[in-house]
Write a protein that binds this ligand. Sequence first.
Ligand code: HEC
Length: 154
Amino acid sequence: MKLRCVLLALAGVIAFPVLAQGNLSAKQSEVMKKLLGTYAERAKVEVKSEKIRGTVSDQPFSAEAGRKFYLVRRTWQSGDYTCSGCHTEDPKKVGRHIETKQPIKPLAPIANPERFTSAPTVEANFVAHCMDLHERDCTAYEKGNIIAYLMSVR
Ligand code: HEC
């Protein structure tokens, strides 16, 4: 029953972003909505190109897929990396850079009004961190899922 409610809530986030603003600031809602639109458009193009199977899709974004992607662990010679490695498994918490040990303000928009207030900043961080972790930029589908996930964090 609880899962059902969560799924319904998530469907709401994807289908009716305007109604699902919750306690995000107007600016955060505007920027995240814009990003979801941009990534949805880009995802339609990417499905037609030769990207790695399973990383592209033009299906609606999924907060659950975004959460999985956020937690996926990649092992390189220099160690294990995940988004949650620096941003913590609960993105509402203050993170810690795995190398510099510097604190990182929470990633979840609900916990940090400065997050997701600039589309270019978000995109630049996505590219940089996707390269760090996956040695490639994330696809529009992966980015859209991450945004859907972070918007669902309450
Ligand atoms: C090695 C540490 C590290 C890893 C791993 C990491 N990040 Fe980050 N991330 C940071 C730091 C540092 C910042 C900037 C902090 C700040 O602005 O206070 C940041 C900021 C961001 C932002 C900017 C949001 C905004 O509007 O301010 C996004 C989006 C982001 N990260 C997504 C990701 C995703 C997705 C992953 C996994 C693919 C990831 N990060 C992995 C360290 C990391």
